[in-house]
Ligand binder design. Sequence first.
Ligand code: HEC
Length: 163
Amino acid sequence: MKKLMFTIGIALAIGSCQSTTEEKSTAVGLDGWLEGTSEEKFEEVAHQLGGYSRTMVEVGYRYSELYWAAMDENWGYADHQIEHIIEAMEDGLKRRPVRAASAEDFMNETLPYMESLLEKEDKEEFLKGFQIFTSACNACHAKEGESAIMIQLPLNRTSPVRF
Ligand code: HEC
């Protein structure tokens, strides 16, 4: 009996030692929606951030806004959009580095070109440049096997921002 108690005691001691090294799994977030180990939580958060399609939805919106900003000659709003297109692209490529090779020209040439074009604050010049910009979107779509996603100049405003 004494021996048995001793064995149980040792087993409990080892058990408690192990549980201190094992990670405690606590749920966080509203109503504890984010559960599991830290690794599982990070995986879930990474999934929630979304992939390249999420980036493109944002870039598509900002592309349209950039166009209407220039049509309004609202160059401050146009600058705002190009800055956020750059940021969205950079963040998207961080999450999906497999897309980076196809995006190289767009990142290194097209975006700086559009930035310098906006500095001119010239609507006619912008219109010509915007065609080049649009072709660069489609060139990457072709490289990525997404030719079905054809970008063309926006026809209608979808946001309430006016100048
Ligand atoms: C990496 C090169 C690349 C560049 C540069 C690029 N795209 Fe894309 N785009 C993609 C890929 C890849 C997809 C499909 C993403 C997916 O389904 O995961 C996509 C999808 C889209 C979609 C569909 C999003 C959806 O799921 O509804 C839109 C809209 C879009 N792109 C707009 C643009 C615009 C506008 C530009 C230029 C300002 C642009 N893209 C530049 C690669 C690119």
